[in-house]
Design a protein around this ligand. Structure first.
Ligand code: ZN
Length: 342
């Protein structure tokens, strides 16, 4: 099996004409192909002529140095993507830095009317996630540039261009053992499962992940048994709640405890997908992870801080005007009720 380390550059759609199904349009694909022993077998790089957002955003130009006129004579997305897939050949796994490249790739293929050639659910290696696992949470916010310096990787190309970033990402990937890379596989969740039977479960023995099926409304999702099932990822036994579910933007967090295996974090990330430009569906990604006491204390402090901030916000705005807070409270009550029922 080959590792295809992929990086994309994209142009953000203008606010007044952005299609929510595809907020960014891919304008460059760069990739490095490595064999199982990390031997380089080739590289791929192509610019793409945009079809939806034809004018390159000044910020994109500043970061990538790609200008509108640079793309005028390039091939379109469908042409380049088909060529890229032929270059990938058959036996490969895509590897990226972060979750966004795979997600934007799928959205771009959908809106360009292409069939998705990957089997559902799309599994890939997220190098940023693996760095997080081995070097701590803070790596989540660190740039590729920071990490290449951190790992002492010498200059391979320009940053913020598809091939340059793919080459750097490949160098970080090579620092890990193949077994590690394939053990911590990520599952793309750009599209949620259609029915409960198709729900995705990933069980590594220390962590458990699930992608729920798509629901028509948020409420319908909260009412499902998605969140009620928190168990120990190691022994799969029932666990005691230590920190109640609380919301942090689109995420919900909680802590449970297994008598034998210790603290367990329950996380739900709520996803919204546009089926058409105006119609949306909701699904949730639930993660159950074994954590240490230090992490438990961090979550405890974070919840206290969020509650304090929310109280301050309420005090300023006045409870009756703050519908947003009420909605959040309802959702939290819903989650708690669901859990208490079980
Ligand atoms: Zn246990």
């Amino acid at each position: 099996m080959n590792f295809i380390v992929l990086d994309l550059e994209w142009n953000q759609g203008p606010l007044n004409a952005r299609d929510e199904r595809m907020p960014v349009e891919i304008i460059e694909i760069g990739a490095v192909k490595l064999d199982e022993n990390f031997k380089k077998k080739g590289t791929y790089q192509k610019l793409i002529k945009p079809k939806f957002y034809k004018k390159i955003n000044p910020i994109t130009s500043e970061i990538t140095k790609i200008k509108t006129q640079d793309l005028e004579h390039e091939k379109d997305f469908n042409y380049v993507m088909k060529e890229f897939l032929r270059w990938c050949k058959d036996d490969y796994i895509l590897c990226t830095f972060g979750t966004q490249d795979i997600s934007e790739l799928i959205k771009n293929m959908q809106l360009n009317g292409m069939d998705i050639p990957f089997t559902y659910p799309v599994k890939y290696i997220d190098i940023q996630n693996i760095v997080n696992i081995f070097y701590g949470d803070k790596a989540e916010h660190l740039s590729l540039e920071y990490l290449t310096n951190f790992f002492n990787i010498k200059q391979k190309g320009v940053y913020h261009r598809a091939l340059g970033d793919a080459l750097y990402t490949a160098e970080i990937l090579k620092l890990f053992d193949t077994n590690v890379l394939t053990r911590y596989i990520s599952v793309d969740s750009t599209i949620g499962p259609k029915s409960e039977d198709d729900q995705v479960y990933v069980d590594t023995g220390l962590a458990f992940e699930m992608i729920s099926c798509e629901y028509k409304t948020r409420e319908e999702m909260y009412e499902s048994n998605l969140v009620s099932e928190v168990f120990c990822p190691v022994c799969k036994k029932k666990v005691d709640k230590v920190i109640d579910w609380f919301s942090d933007n689109a995420k919900y967090d909680s802590v449970y405890c297994c008598k034998e295996h210790g603290y367990i974090e329950g996380l739900i990330n709520i996803k919204k997908r546009y089926v058409t430009a105006k119609k949306e569906v909701y699904y949730g990604i639930k993660k159950i992870i074994l954590i240490d006491k230090e992490k438990y204390e961090t979550i405890f402090k974070r919840k206290e801080l969020i509650i304090k901030k929310r109280q301050e916000k309420r005090y300023i705005k006045g409870q009756e005007n703050n519908q947003e807070c009420n909605l959040e409270n309802n959702i939290e009550n819903n989650l708690e009720n669901n859990i208490d029922d079980n």
